[in-house]
Design a protein around this ligand. Structure first.
Ligand code: EPZ
Length: 421
């Protein structure tokens, strides 16, 4: 096991290259299972989750190689296996994205039901109901979801849930509908840029999808898909995390490849806090040189404020000049970072899905425990500005979704190193 040791107090300055988006790359890799011939993906990040998906696809007969430039080549070589086993799926929830492609292309999908998650209750009922609406039979067999269909048929599918739309349920139903007979209408579809990227990839393979980026998707089923080349969009959550790193250290960063048009809710809040965020030649320029203003943040489905930046925002607003209010509307229990930040001197008061963030003068370095991907990013941000040394334990969480974060931070002036426990 490894930890990060961070010496706080260094302003960040310079350029950070933003990697490809994890949450776009994973469903697109799964979609390649439906494609004849070779798929070439560019800008695929080097992440633990990407390697997990490669391992799962290999078990499902897909040859999948990534080179050091971030180019991945995928080709289906054997279609007999339709079982995504517990030992693979339990390592990564996004494995559920193979369900739609398996069902659509191989007429059977046996996928281990994902277990508990640090960020809260995450059922997959919307995935199952959406695929059943396209004609699949469903059974729960020994902890596995078993879906079978002689042939999928287009249908009207409502994908609204207790917290609004679902990103990966939209991905699964969209992918299945592409090879279904006839037209499918998905209502209350997720509008995330990662869903748009998936739809654009599928259309480049010959699919007929309209409405991506809106709550209503229309899909005309096609017989088959042909391999193509596709560049994965930049990671808006990684970009948002580095924006907060610039703000929390009163630094000055250029985020190469960041797309501000994917981050309007985030940019709006950061500007209200007093952070300068501007379009730059190669991406975005972020700087801050003053005391931070308190604000209110409520997480929502896209284009609302992303839940995947909630923890990082809490670290930033802990240093604001006054009290902020953060309400988590997607994963109401996503607060394991609260106790750890309080160990570093924050004053966070949790009341149900809301946290009152009382502004403090500074963080103090401490040993803290990462519990999930975004919580660990928040602890790193706090460590960057804390008085003294912070040790963030269990950094395997952060490797799941941030490509070489310590070298990117070191390159712009942070004092951070990866050590064995
Ligand atoms: C995606 O997860 C992302 N993961 C998550 O990012 C992100 O936090 C989440 O969307 C919300 O933006 C990937 O794209 C791989 P949801 P997903 O289904 O699709 C409820 C990260 O840090 N729900 O949109 O699993 C659910 O419990 C990760 O990169 C049901 O009730 O999230 C939640 O409250 C963490 N039934 C809400 O909907 C269902 O069948 C939204 O979840 C499905 C979801």
């Amino acid at each position: 096991m490894q930890l990060f040791e961070i010496t706080g107090g260094n302003r960040l300055r310079g350029t950070v290259p933003i990697s490809g988006a994890k949450n776009a790359a994973l469903p697109i890799m799964a979609a390649a299972m439906m494609v004849e011939g070779e798929t070439v993906l560019r800008n695929v990040p080097d992440l633990v989750d990407v390697r997990q998906m490669q391992e799962l696809l290999a078990a499902l007969g897909v040859r999948c190689e990534r080179d050091s430039e971030g180019t991945m080549r995928l080709r289906v070589e054997d279609e007999h296996n339709t079982h995504a086993e517990y030992k693979l799926v339990s390592k990564m929830r996004a494995s559920v994205c193979v369900m739609g492609p398996l069902l659509a292309k191989r007429r059977r999908a046996q996928v281990s039901m994902p277990g508990g998650c640090a960020i809260g209750d995450r059922p997959i009922d919307m995935h199952i109901n959406g695929l059943r609406a396209l004609g699949a039979d469903y059974e729960l067999v020994g902890g596995d979801v078993l879906l079978r269909a002689k042939g999928l048929k287009g249908a009207e599918v409502f994908l609204g849930g207790p917290f609004g739309s679902s990103v990966t349920a939209t991905a699964n139903v969209l992918m299945a509908a592409v090879l279904a007979e006839g037209r499918t209408l998905i209502e209350c579809a997720a509008c995330e840029p990662e869903i748009v990227d998936l739809a654009d990839f599928l259309n480049a393979c010959g699919a007929r999808i309209k409405g991506q980026g809106t709550p209503q998707l229309t899909i005309e089923g096609v017989k088959s898909l042909e391999g193509t080349e596709h560049r994965v969009i930049p990671d808006r959550i990684e970009a948002g995390t580095f924006m907060m790193a610039a703000a929390i250290t009163n630094g000055d960063l250029e985020l190469e490849g960041a797309r501000l048009d994917h981050m309007r809710a985030v940019v709006d809040r950061l500007r209200s806090v007093g952070v300068i965020v501007e379009q730059a030649e190669k991406g975005a320029a972020v700087s801050s040189s003053r005391r931070l203003e308190p604000v209110q943040i409520t997480t929502q489905p896209y284009p609302g404020y992303p839940t995947d930046l909630q923890a990082q925002s809490m670290a930033l607003l802990s240093l604001a000049d006054g009290n902020s209010i953060i309400t988590e509307k997607i994963f109401p229990d996503r607060f394991l970072h609260v106790a750890e930040l309080n160990r570093m001197g924050a004053r966070l008061h949790k009341q149900g899905p809301t946290v009152i963030v009382e502004g403090v003068k500074r963080f103090v370095g401490a040993d803290v425990m990462a519990s999930d991907l975004r919580a660990s990013a928040a602890l790193v941000l706090a460590g960057l500005i804390a008085k003294g040394t912070t040790r963030v334990h269990r950094v395997y969480h952060i490797d799941r979704g941030y490509e070489h974060i310590e070298s990117k931070l070191t390159a712009v002036g942070a004092k951070i190193r990866r050590l064995a426990e």
